[in-house]
Design a protein around this ligand. Structure first.
Ligand SMILES: *[C@@H]1O[C@H](CO)[C@@H](O)[C@H](O)[C@H]1NC(C)=O
Ligand SMILES: *[C@@H]1O[C@H](CO)[C@@H](O)[C@H](O)[C@H]1NC(C)=O
Length: 262
């Protein structure tokens, strides 16, 4: 929790320093993090229908998994039990239509991460529209879409304010890293996983795990079994399997490039 908050503020500072195309008064209205390259919005309110789903010609499992993670993030475990018959049907979104033009899912430095998000879709009534060259651009679009959605606790429905939205975006830098230093300050595995989750929300893509140094050596090295005696304590250590599990979390869930220092 503390780590994700720290990350949030770090990203906030970076975003403020870098600035962007919108005027300051408009920035305070647009709560998207980091601020997309281009944003326009209106003043209408839309609602996500109870069976809000993914619509796409793409068979990508990466895309399906990301869509389901996005839904879980916006629902925040709330029960959606709104009385949908009381809503004007023209204000309901049935789903998000996603168009990914390239089937190539190889992730390389410099892979196209751009996307365009329109809510609602100008072509498919009752849907939001997301298009991207690669599935990785679509993942960023899903993150941005999640930040347009709020759970309305009174009506018990997910809503999108300030519609219609048109967002055209791509990360400003290909390398967007965060360094954690577990040599100077041990982080429990659950905290590291939360940090990685937060990185995906903030569209960061490189985790630099500075795992050992002079101050402590928390990592198990099977060929040198005494090294991790240099940990702060018995429990403040990572087994080789723990480290592998963190890398799996990075790779499977968020496709970050990982780099284990030293
Ligand atoms: C749901 O809304 C409809 C239309 O406004 C209304 O007739 C109905 O009584 C509502 N149902 C409940 C359970 O509140
Ligand atoms: C539903 O919304 C549309 C568009 O805003 C409006 O034209 C229509 O009158 C509304 N229908 C009802 C029943 O309120």
């Amino acid at each position: 929790m503390v780590a994700s908050k720290a990350l949030f503020y770090a990203v906030a500072v970076v975003a403020v320093v870098l600035g962007n195309a919108l005027a300051a008064s408009e920035i305070s209205q647009v709560k998207i993090w980091p601020m997309p390259a281009s944003v326009s919005y209106g003043d209408a309110r839309l609602y996500l229908s109870s069976d809000f789903g993914l619509s796409s010609d793409s068979e990508s499992q990466i895309l399906k998994d990301a869509f389901n993670r996005m839904l879980a993030v916006i629902k925040q475990d709330h029960v959606i039990d709104a009385n949908f018959s009381a809503f004007n049907r023209s204000s309901l979104l049935q789903g998000l239509h996603i168009v990914v033009s390239s089937p190539d899912e190889q992730l390389l430095y410099g892979t196209d991460e751009s996307y365009k998000l329109m809510v609602p879709s100008p072509e498919k009534p009752g849907y939001a529209h997301l298009e991207a060259k690669t599935v990785y651009g679509a993942l960023h679009g899903l993150q941005t879409f999640s930040q347009l959605c709020y759970f309305n606790i009174r009506r018990r429905v997910l809503e999108v304010n300030m519609s219609p939205w048109t967002i055209i975006d791509q990360p400003r830098f290909p390398f967007r890293g965060l360094l954690i230093d577990t040599s100077r300050h041990y982080l429990p595995l659950a905290v590291i996983k939360k940090v990685i989750d937060s990185m995906s929300y903030a569209k960061l893509n490189v985790l630099h795990w500075h795992i050992v140094d002079t101050q402590s050596f928390p990592l198990e090295i099977p060929s040198y079994p005494k090294l991790w005696d240099g940990a702060y304590s018995l429990s403040e250590r990572y087994s080789a399997a723990d480290a592998a599990e963190v890398v799996r979390h990075v790779v499977l869930l968020f496709f970050l490039l990982s780099h284990v220092s030293k």
